[in-house]
Write a protein that binds this ligand. Sequence first.
Ligand code: ADE
Length: 226
Amino acid sequence: MFAATILSLFPEMFPGPLGLSLAGDALARGLWSLEARDIREHGLGRHRAVDDTPAGGGPGMVMRADVLAASLDAALQPDDARPRLIMSPRGAPLTQRQARQWAAGPGLVVVCPRFEGVDERVIAGRGLIEVSIGDYVLSGGEIAALVVLDACVRLIPGVMGKLESGTSESFEDGGLEYPHYTRPREWEGRAIPEVLLNGDHGKIARWRREQSERLTRERRPDLLRE
Ligand code: ADE
């Protein structure tokens, strides 16, 4: 079973949206599990401090290596084979391919940093993989962790209804998905493309491929160069 462990200063943010709809139903059905742990339980002193001022000076605070390592060590199971991620805008960008690989594995341990950053030594010392969800800065790793888990959980076998719905969508074969239509046949003067109404499945497949290629060329030419 895919087991997710989250380390956060705000564990009450979980499961959050992952407790509803597709992911939530799968959670209730036991297709995956989620444990959110409070890093502050390993904080130091009366105030349970988890951060300190940056060595060398500068703005903001840095999450302490010893505190985060203690939290991580307490969260890991014996012989825990799960990849250990830490959410960060300087990480490797999340991709559909990566989500598919993680979804096929034993689960994930995901650290959600707050503050200016995390002491670099815990990243190296605990083999944390830095992962970004895009080129913008969030106020903490929690929402990014929810994104990673959502992308993985929907790919766990049994979570999605049709096997197909996971394979013929954007990014799966390198491009963006073709446009969709349903009833009514005409809406506010806009008609469904004729080719979709004629039942010629060869023509329909070709039209969809062309549309997918056109959209990818127009919107994401970077995907074609890969
Ligand atoms: N934390 C802050 N910004 C982030 C981003 N873009 N991706 C992952 N984690 C983050």
